[in-house]
Write a protein that binds this ligand. Structure first.
Ligand code: GLN
Length: 280
């Protein structure tokens, strides 16, 4: 069988399972199966596949058909300007989270030597993207998952920013090291009772630890805000990702901890997704 036929067949299998980008997914999984990139697959669509290639391909298609996200099957996800290694221990970086990077870059055009903290660093996509954009910035990432910290470390090496990065395994409550000019965080903020209604790919495959915001969805956000108000320098900026219906509640929490609200930004679906504030 040639590449083109196999991709079509794979895409039909995915389409039957109501996977929305079935052709694209099938192409990417073919590239993974034959260890080439997607452009090779498209240019060489008449190439014949070996039995092993086909077995690998159909195995990936089967996993995708069950809902396993492409990013976990390929261990890759592009975010901002870089490709990140991801595994099912980390949340898959989302385009919405790039709002944090956009806001950071806007706020730090003239700045040198900033000390940044990322609470719940995960794959490292937020912190490492900032460190790559701003050569004189230093980063600290904390997470309760050792596996995430290992992945952040690996990504920092890939992006050549590891000399500017420190990582700590700790609960946010227990972290008391340093004072920061800028704190960023994308904490878990989904209401526990809503977790089961997320897309199947998310609910069944992404780490609960990175999604579960407790009974009201704000348990982790509360901890992050409280600790940030202690760890941030006066006039330091705090940039937080939030759930689509959490803006007013989070603004109140921030004000109570001594933050001035600078702006809020909406994601690609026009949901409130990011709050920029300043410690006063
Ligand atoms: N935006 C993610 C989702 O809706 C949730 C991320 C988070 O809880 N921080 O799947």
């Amino acid at each position: 069988m040639n590449i083109d036929l196999a991709i079509n067949h794979g895409s039909k299998i995915l389409k039957n399972k109501l996977i929305s980008n079935s052709i694209l997914d099938s192409e990417i999984l073919m590239a993974k199966a034959i260890n080439k990139d997607r452009s090779f697959v498209l240019i060489n669509s008449n190439n014949l596949l070996t039995k092993n290639d086909l077995n690998r391909f159909y195995n990936l298609i089967q996993q995708r058909a069950l809902g396993n996200p492409v990013a976990y099957l390929t261990n890759k996800k592009f975010f901002w300007n870089s490709e990140f290694f991801v595994s099912n221990d980390t949340l898959i970086p989302r385009p919405d989270t790039e709002l944090i990077i956009e806001n950071v870059l806007k706020l730090t055009k003239q700045k040198n030597n900033m000390n940044i903290l990322d609470i719940g660093v995960g794959s490292g996509c937020i912190l490492l993207s900032i460190l790559k954009e701003r050569v004189n910035f230093y980063g600290t990432g904390i997470d309760i998952s050792n596996k995430c910290l290992n992945i952040s470390k690996l990504n920092a090496i890939k992006l050549k920013v590891s000399s500017k990065l420190k990582l700590y395994k700790t609960d946010v409550d227990k972290f008391n090291l340093g004072k920061y000019d800028l704190i960023v965080s994308n904490p878990p903020y989904i209401k526990r009772s809503k977790l089961k209604y997320l897309d199947k790919d998310v609910a069944e495959f992404e780490p609960r630890l990175a999604l579960d915001g407790g009974l009201d969805g704000l348990s982790e956000i509360r901890k992050v805000i409280k600790k940030s108000s202690e760890l941030i320098k006066k006039n330091g900026k705090f940039i937080l990702e939030i759930g689509f219906d959490q803006k007013n509640k989070v603004i109140n929490l921030l004000k109570r901890e001594g933050f001035y609200i600078n702006s809020t930004s909406k994601d690609l679906a026009s949901n409130d997704r990011c709050i920029v504030s300043t410690k006063i």
